[in-house]
Structure formats: C-alpha cells, structure tokens
Design a protein around this ligand. Sequence first.
Ligand code: ZN
Ligand code: ZN
Ligand code: ZN
Ligand code: ZN
Length: 435
Amino acid sequence: MTVDRSELRDVSTEAAVHIAALMDLFRQACRLQEWTLEEERGLTGWTDVRCKAGHEFCLTALSLVSSPRPFGLDPSEPLCKKCRNAEWVAECLAALKSVAKAQGVSLTATDERDESGEGHVVFAAKCPKAHRFEATGRDATNWRGEPVDILCPDCREAAAFAEGFAKIEAVLRETRSTVAKRYRNAAEIRCHRGHLHTFYVDSHQEREAIRPDFCGACDKIAKFQKFSERAKDLGVTVLESQWIAASRAHRAVCFAGHEFGLIPNKMKRGCPECPRGMYGGTVPPHDVYYIVSGLDATTSRETVKPGISSGSGYNRLRQHAEDGLSVQHLRMSGLPVGMARKLEKFVLDGLDKGGWLSTRGTEYFPAAALPDIMDLAGEWFTDQSGLAVRPIVVDPSDVYDAVTTPQPPDVVDLDVDTAVVFDSDDVEAIAALTR
Ligand SMILES: [Zn+2]
Ligand SMILES: [Zn+2]
Ligand SMILES: [Zn+2]
Ligand SMILES: [Zn+2]
C-alpha cells in the first residue's frame, strides 16, 4: 500500500483547523472564568493565567478544554484552585490560630505559601519551650478534622516518647522485668528470666509493640510448658530440655518406659510403641510426687528437680538418677488421682513467683531452691483440708537398684532438716534411714 502525499497534506490541514478551534474554546473558557491570559503557549504548553482574584497559576489549554464541563462551571466551583479552596484555607487558618493560641504558640506570617497549591500561608512558629518550626493551616487539624493536641513537632515527639516510656514502665511492673540500659529513644530491658529485649519509642508501631508478652524466649518456655502438660495428659513425659519447634520431634518417654520422639503438633497418638488403647482409654494417673537433686549431667550444675511420676510406671526416679539427680528428698506415692499434678503446678508457680529461674526446661532449678521447694510442697499439703497425712517413703534400695554406678553404698541422703514431715510417726523412720 502506498501513501498518497496529498492525503497527508489534507490530514495536516484538517488538524490545524481543529487545533485552532480548540484554542478558540480555550480563550472563551478563560473569558468566562474572567482569567487574564499573559501569553498563549499552544494547546499543550504551560500557559500562565491570572484569575479575577489575582491568583497566578499555569495550566495547559488542552487540560482545560478537555475537562468535563469547561463552560458550564458552577460559580461556587471556580477552576482556579486557590479560589476554589479559599473557604477551606480560611477555615484552616482560623483553626491554626485557635490551636496556636490554646497552646501558647506564637505565629509570624511569611510571604511563602505551602506546596499544596491551595494557598496556605506558611507561618514561622515558636512554642512555649522555644522550639522553632513552620506551620500552616493544614497542620492545625488531624486526619479526623479535629484540632491537633500538640502543634509543635518537637513537643509532639517528646510527648510520644514520654508515652512510650510510660508504657515501658507499666510493662516492667507487670512482668517483673528490669531496665538494663536506657537510651534517648529506647530501653533495653531484662525479663524476669534474664532475657534481654529492646523496646523503641520512636514510631507509633514501635510503641504499640511495648506489651507484656514481649519476650520471645519466655514465650518459648511457655510453649514448652504447655507441651509438657499436654504430654502428661497422654501419659508421656517430655525428656527434651527445651522447646525446639512445633513440627520437630522432642525426646519423650511413655508410661511403659519407651523412649520416642514426640512432635507437638502431632501428639494425639501418644507413644508409637504402646498399642492403641493400651491403658483402656485412660492414661495411668500420676500418683507420685518427688523432689530429687544432684549434679545435672546436662547442665553440670547442682540441681534440684521436683516432679511427678507413677508408682507403677515411668521410672522417672531411675532416669533422674542416671542424669545425676540421684538424691531423693521427698517421695510421696499413692496420691489420689489428680493431686500430684496439682501439687506440681502449685510448687512450680510458687517458684516462679519467688523469682527462681530454671536451669533447663521448666522444672529444673538451682540446688539452692531446695528449701523453697520443700516449703511449697509442705504449704500445699497444709492447705488441703480433709487430706489424710501421708508418710514419706524413701526406700534406699529403690534408688540403689536404679543407679548403675560401680561403687554402691548410700545413695539416699535424706536431710531431716529439709524433709517435710507430714506425720510425726515417720520422724523415727527417717532418722533411721539417714544414719
Ligand atoms: Zn483565584
Ligand atoms: Zn515545642
Ligand atoms: Zn524472657
Ligand atoms: Zn510406650
């Protein structure tokens, strides 16, 4: 296909006619708006105009004539942005003056207008604390259209920081945490278990993050505790000393002594080696409460461990002895259903309140916690009304058998002073055991 040259010429000629017509329309529109046109710049050039109120601005002819209603404009909606916003700008100015007056801020008008193009006057402002800043009517109200609480940006930041630090103080009180280091815009704090965490007060988002549940490490401990409790419901004891992940295997042992990996989000089945329904649908009860101590092979620290077991299963005391916790301070067996776990919870909660930190997991504590543990156990029993007192049973041969150390003699080191005696008849028996 070839292009006819004369056809091209026709198109150019025709376009020129239309362009001239559009420019005509533009001039008419300007006249109707009572605008003064300084110099025409064609259809697409930026043309300087002045409105009847004397506002100067620029626009392109094309944008004006292609607007939906270039001629049928509502007089209350002038095309000049400044005229259109005059009322709004006046409202803003009034708001600014009232806010400034209420807050003791002095305003000095400048020749500048802000970059919005609406014609807000820029003021040089000074707050009562002598901070200097610029303000326009647009700064006087918040996004809801309410007057701003604090006009001065420096004072506003100081107030936000103060609010953040007050929140931190509240969290410290609530969580028994302490400040490790203070910064101008942050505080490094130590949770009651000793984990470090830094709170920032700079942004709204960071201030929102100042909450009592800030400690990720403690969160893990809480998860682990919940996991251990759910395992106990299934007749399974978690041997793993800490939380790994919901989808990962944690070392565990069942009532019958099978060791296996227990996965937190797949734990319904319980022990894979025990046949399903082996316990007749009910999990064997924990009916033994014990307190053991010794040098923990895992942490190499002198450790005390309160816990629960069953007289006919678990073999927890044997396992503890293998781990180095071979000294028994208390062993109560034959406890009524549910009681061992209640007592266990009472003691662990009491240790937490007393500020004891676990050496591993959630149930291993420094040896120095032993008197507190004994006291808590005693306290709990004292508070159980109608409970028949139970004798302490410490059979040296039990533990003896369990420990596979080559050099035997006395493994049981029962300390009469720290042992809780619930029945005075037992004192003699204990005395006999301790030699
Ligand atoms: Zn105007
Ligand atoms: Zn200020
Ligand atoms: Zn923590
Ligand atoms: Zn099993």
